[in-house]
Design a protein around this ligand. Structure first.
Ligand code: ADE
Ligand code: ZN
Length: 340
């Protein structure tokens, strides 16, 4: 019987919650800082890594936005994205739906077009070289105003052929989904799909708002749904995908440790749970490491690991035909494991 690692690697998987800025490894950050003459307040890669000791979401975001300063031209975004895609491909990711935060870059004078050009060049290359498919999701920073979000949406709409959806991220508590109801309604009217971070640090009410006011296709994180049994029932009934990020949740202290994570309970309650890496350069692992962390800590079975992979395909924005083909491939992988 092959190892669990080989089994998880072989399962075709979609990654649905991945911030491209969160794949900035310290080595690349230093190289780009040197390229652009940006001074980083750290002397070495080791010193920077040592700063990845977060107490909550905000303590992470502060560092994450500061380091994003090194991303300045289209080539930087191309290199960033291609490194991630190469790694994801090696881990059995066949489809990636990638977040980026336009406002983090445009606020520093980086052109929206440069960001999109670099990212789409990498995505097209990954499709050609690895056969990977993708969607690009532009996230609105919720700590900024609804008016700024609307301005950003207008820029997003200029790249309508490349950007398939809008999301909502950044500091959650105090910035409920309702703040952006109008922006998301406009996005949907223009044919964009919608997703939102909700129930990471924020209360179950934010998950209701994301569903009812933003009409999201899925919930990013959503782990606090467990505090509300009626919400749990609804998520099961409507089979709303939750893009759960286990290593992120531990690093940002949503759970004290991985053994306390509620992923297995949510899965066994019938929710469409998926596993994702969020900001892997900061949280200690990419997609494979996230699967293996919950498998070990929570004792997931191989059929449960296959269910997580199936959920990632079902919860994706792939068309019905592509979904059917990947589900068949996952079934084949799972039954081979069961018989061998
Ligand atoms: N931006 C990047 N990672 C995030 C997270 N986990 N929550 C909210 N915003 C984010
Ligand atoms: Zn996230």
């Amino acid at each position: 019987m092959r190892s669990t690692e080989a089994y998880v690697r072989a399962l075709p998987k979609a990654e649905l919650h991945l911030h491209i800025e969160g794949t900035l490894e310290p080595e690349l950050a230093f190289r780009l800082a040197q390229k652009h003459g940006v001074a980083l307040p750290y002397d070495s890669v080791a010193q920077l890594r040592a700063a990845y000791d977060f107490t909550d979401l905000q303590s992470f975001l502060t560092l994450y936005y500061a380091l994003a300063d090194v991303l300045q031209d289209a080539d930087d975004f191309y290199e960033l994205a291609l490194s991630y895609l190469q790694r994801a491909h090696e881990q059995g990711v066949v489809h990636a739906e990638i977040f980026f935060d336009p406002q983090t870059h445009t606020a520093r004078g980086v052109a929206f077009g440069a960001v999109v050009e670099g990212l789409s060049r990498a995505l097209a290359e990954a499709e050609r070289r690895f056969g990977m498919t993708y969607r690009l999701i532009a996230c609105i920073l919720r700590h900024l105003s609804a008016a700024e979000a609307m301005d950003t949406l207008h820029e997003v709409l200029e790249y309508r052929e490349i950007i398939g959806a809008v999301g909502l991220d950044s500091s959650e508590v105090g910035h409920p989904p309702s703040k952006f109801a109008e922006v998301f309604e406009h996005a949907r009217r223009k044919g964009l799909l919608t997703v939102a971070h909700a129930g990471e640090e924020g209360p179950p009410d934010y998950i209701y708002e994301a569903l009812d006011l933003l009409a999201v296709e899925r919930i990013d994180h959503g782990v606090r749904c467990e505090e509300d049994p009626a919400l749990m029932q609804r998520l099961v009934r409507e089979q709303v995908a939750l893009t759960v990020c286990p290593l992120s949740n531990v690093k940002l202290r949503v759970f004290d440790d991985i053994e306390q994570h509620n992923l297995k309970r949510l899965l066994e309650a019938g929710l469409r749970v998926t596993v994702n890496s969020d900001d892997p350069a900061y949280f200690g692992g990419y997609l494979l490491e996230n699967y293996l962390a919950v498998e070990r800590a929570l004792g997931l079975t191989r059929p449960q690991l296959a269910t997580l992979a199936r959920n990632s395909i079902e919860g994706s924005f792939l068309d019905a035909d592509a979904k059917r083909r990947w589900i068949e491939a996952i079934d084949a992988c799972a039954s081979e494991a069961a018989s061998g």
